[in-house]
Design a protein around this ligand. Structure first.
Ligand SMILES: Nc1ncnc2c1ncn2[C@@H]1O[C@H](COP(=O)(O)OP(=O)(O)OP(=O)(O)O)[C@@H](O)[C@H]1O
Length: 262
């Protein structure tokens, strides 16, 4: 997508002064950040920090109280249909018809996006996510990990410029988690950009190019994991919680506090 000057902006996602409210509760309180093209960007925060609310506003699922969201230079509020064709979102298990087979579901969503993919093409994509032996299996008889792989396949079937993933590795075993990160990195290698939330600081430190830490609806800091560690390693709050070499988790707990959130 090009802007008025005929050039692509460096940001695939531009979130400006985003405010999300539920009644009198402010869940996201003036959050601003950009995701660059070709970047894996992690949104980190304790329970209730406002991560899912931020993603929901980016997806156009809820109307922000204030602020703007531009996906690939398209304002999600002004042109939601066009903006959404540039977005890939992992659907919840309840979104899929349980009686349909993997192949039927993939064909259904390819059709919904108006894609012309042959039967063999669909089978190839299913094989790519390691479900080649399950083509004819009904959704309801898939394991949690298999369901998760199918939902990732559907999220990227239209080759979106930006993939949004809300806690993609939660509930997965170590093998499935490792495979998922490899897939996410392959998507980035193929030119995609990824915005994800995770509670695994170890994974964020290993995989994300940059991370933002949010708490109580406000963005505290954005940088590369190494940059955050370098900036905050001598902060007494971080030194206090570190048990050895300072990690991203130490920085996260140092900046957001040790108390458990509701
Ligand atoms: N539908 C809703 N109605 C009212 N309050 C909500 C609603 N959804 C979220 N909230 C509140 O908004 C705040 C932010 O919630 P959100 O789900 O965005 O946080 P989160 O960072 O994704 O948390 P978690 O890590 O626990 O998933 C919380 O205080 C939550 O209770």
């Amino acid at each position: 997508m090009t802007n008025d000057a005929g050039t692509s902006s460096a940001a695939i996602l531009d979130v400006e002064q985003l405010v999300v409210t539920y009644g009198t509760r402010t869940a996201v309180d003036g959050v601003t950040f950009q995701v660059k093209r070709g970047e894996i960007f992690g949104l980190l925060g304790p329970n209730g920090a406002g991560k899912t609310s931020t993603l929901s506003a980016i997806e156009g699922l809820l109307k922000p109280h204030a602020g703007t969201v531009r996906v690939d230079d398209i304002d999600i509020q002004h042109d939601p249909i066009e903006a959404k064709t540039h977005l890939g979102v992992q659907l919840q298990a309840s979104s899929f018809q349980s009686e349909l087979t993997i192949e039927e579901i993939a064909r259904l969503y390819a059709g919904l996006y108006g894609l012309r993919i042959t039967k063999n093409g669909i089978a190839d994509r299913i094989r790519d996510v390691g479900l080649g032996d399950e083509l004819g299996k009904r959704y309801k008889s898939l394991s949690g990990g298999q369901q998760q792989r199918l939902s990732l396949l559907i999220a990227v079937i239209h080759q979106p410029a930006l993939l949004l993933l809300d806690e993609p590795t939660s509930g997965l075993d170590p093998q499935s988690r490792r495979q998922l990160w490899t897939r996410i990195e392959n998507l980035r290698t193929g030119g995609g950009s990824i915005l994800l939330t995770t509670h695994s600081m170890e994974e964020a430190q290993a995989v994300c190019d940059r991370v933002a830490i949010i708490d109580h609806g406000k963005l505290i800091t954005v940088d590369t994991p190494a940059g955050l560690i370098a900036t905050h390693r001598d902060d007494p709050r971080v030194v206090n919680v570190a048990r050895g070499e300072v990690t991203l988790e130490d920085v996260f707990i140092g900046l957001t506090g040790s108390e458990i959130r509701g």
